[in-house]
Write a protein that binds this ligand. Sequence first.
Ligand code: HPA
Length: 271
Amino acid sequence: MLYDQIQESLTYLRTQTDFQPEYGIILGTGLGSLTDSIQIEVEIDYKNIPHFPVSTVESHKGKLVFGTFAGRRIVAMSGRFHYYEGYSMKQVTFPVRVLNALKIKQLIISNASGSTRAEIAAGDIVFVKDHINLQPENPLRGENDERLGPRFPDMLRTYDIELNKKAIQIARTHNIRAHEGVYVGLQGPNLETPAEYEYLHRIGGDIVGMSTVPEVLVARHEGLPVFVISVVSNQCYPIESIRETTIEEVIEVVEKAAPDMQLILTELLSE
Ligand code: HPA
């Protein structure tokens, strides 16, 4: 059972370290360099953790990094799992359940995204205030284990708007271009057609990506507060602004903006 698998992962991690993190941080595409700023206590390869999936995408490393960042005790997921890689939604979100079992107080999720709003440019940062789930599967589908969370999680207060406000303020003081926005989660792995970007704009999406929503759903299921920070790698609205996009360009743009994200997170966490 899922519950037992989580306990087995937890038990293994506790044989490796008794470090107690306050924050969990999922590092998205191009954002792995944040680990350079962690005073590392211990690193644990996913492949050694019972029931953990193993990364397949080259741009994602696969380890849990326990340590101190911005004066806070954190555990970072260096390498995350995407549905498009072929994992089930249960696998994609399993690490979030393990982080919650470690008793973190807050989950911070980062990602790369495309912009479907004219005012949001490549290199900008977006704090997610809501999402639209267009992914074809749901990690909460199937028998519900009440020990993990409720059958029908409410989604009204999913994103911490207060934290977003603080983050926007911090960005302003550093002249970093930042916004609040609605994230649309799609399956991928292809990017969207111009007609699809137009559609995403019209339904109220500000940014679009291939991750995050499943992890947010599971965090919500478990009552774990989430803060989502997205780095825009490509602008896709209006449709005349769309350029061909490669993963190399996505990573390049995101890596360039990674220090901005790190600065914001550092100030946010040290407050
Ligand atoms: N679409 C979907 N996911 C993405 C994009 C995009 O344009 N850019 C970065 N991740």
